[in-house]
Design a protein around this ligand. Sequence first.
Ligand code: Z5A
Length: 215
Amino acid sequence: MREALLKHPRLISLEGGEGAGKTSAIAAIRELLQSRGHEVVLTREPGGTPLAERIRELLLSSHEEPLAPETELLLMFASRSQHVREVIRPALQRGAYVVTDRFTDSSYAYQSDGRGLDRALVEELERRVVGLKPGLTLLLDLDVREGRARTSGRDLWPDRIESEQDDFFERVREGFRKRALAEPERFRVIDAGQPPAAVGAAVHGAVTSWLEANP
Ligand code: Z5A
């Protein structure tokens, strides 16, 4: 098992609550990186490999019994372990950029801040199972109700996590914000409540300056 936690400059993650606009942000980052001649791998969590996508199904669908918070956390890391080994490390090793829709910060925010699991357990799993951290993380920060309003038309059948109450999502949002404050060199916080063009410009600016500082 891995012990060290390596921050990789070509691993970029997008984080935020429901409806924050990660999809458009990721497309814009791909365009920017490709326009500079880089290979880009777009991926997501939970998921990103066939097996990890099956774990995603388990995580997001409803079950005949409640999913224990510890089970949820371990399934997130089972999916991530597979994703890192099969997709992320090989792509980084051949020189590609990897842009992922969510990574370990989501486990801190949802499973530790949201569900109340011990943060030390997440840290241990991150260090021993993942061993990798993004060099740059864009946090698309959005009011919880605004995020829900954006997705309400789309999600006729909200998934297991989307079905949580607002206070859960408030804790998640606060968790993300605390992480961003604690690691300002890695995080860029973007106000996702702005119109799409303004969010797009903020994403473009953040990634451009990151690339200039980390050629
Ligand atoms: N999860 C976890 O608990 N622990 C973990 O470790 C990991 C994940 C990795 C699945 O993630 C769930 O897993 C997630 C966290 C948990 N549960 N929740 N909630 P997901 O990434 O698949 O789910 P999501 O983040 O909820 O996806 P989303 O709602 O699609 O968010 P998004 O991708 O950021 O939103 P979007 O599709 O880009 O935009 C949503 C809508 O808003 C769309 O109609 C847009 O046109 C609109 N939009 C976007 N930007 C704007 C602006 N600026 N103004 C107005 N409207 C906008």
